[in-house]
Design a binder for this molecule. Sequence first.
Ligand code: NAP
Length: 262
Amino acid sequence: MLKSLAGSRVLVTGASRGIGKGIAAVFAEAGCNVLITGRDEDALARTADELSGRAPDGAQVAWLAADTAEPADCRAAAEETVRRFGGIDVLCANAGVFPADALPDMTPESLQRVMATNFNGTVYSVQACLDALAASDLGRIVVTSSITGPVTGFTGWSHYGASKAAQLGFIRSAAIELAAKGITINAVLPGNIRTEGLDDLGEDYLSRMSASVPLGRLGSVSDIGYTALFLASREAGYITGQTIVVDGGQVLPESLDALGAP
Ligand code: NAP
């Protein structure tokens, strides 16, 4: 049994919906005080309200509109978490975008937006939380990467895959620097997780992807939330600079034939 994280102070970026919301829900249900960010104020307010209703008495869910691609917004999110809860014990750097752009059509603006949100935003969020995490007796960072880029490839997502692989290059060196401050940093690599963002890709995509997963279903946002909770736990304190693939076995088959019955 893992020791409770109740009362821990958690910042989750990109958490008005999707995986970030799922991560925030798991921490809130575990009794943590959670601050969620995103850019859409109405969506954030609705999500914070919903998650507050799922949290045990005493645990708070607050929100701040903050663009993770902007260093000043990342600092504001860290400061608001400290102002509301007295510190930061866990940062979940999750905000990300995944526009599909085939190479001939990829514009400098799209490339810039993907890298600025997914990669730069991860670095800015970590930098903004460093002092507070160093002052915490927990000091955990969990980054949401992806199987796309670090392990697999997908037409249209070469920029996205590069941004997700860049996050892993970042955590390996950051882990060494942060170890001296008692902070761990690890990454979760989700496969295809059922979120609003994934739903936008359409029914055809969703059914083809489920068929390619050995466990026979898309992942749920809580599959990622529980992995983040484990990496944030006291018991995971000797794990740093590492990655966990959470994909129902999706990266395993050598071919479609490999998925068939023996
Ligand atoms: P989603 O449903 O589109 O949700 C994305 C969340 O991030 C929203 O709350 C969005 O709110 C926020 N966001 C986007 N850009 C932002 C920015 N610049 N600053 C702050 N917040 C921002 O996406 P998702 O599927 O949950 O993906 C979340 C993370 O998981 C991403 O890092 C993605 O790469 C990763 N991932 C997802 C899957 C999957 O299957 N779904 C698989 C592998 C990895 P606003 O738009 O209001 O800002």
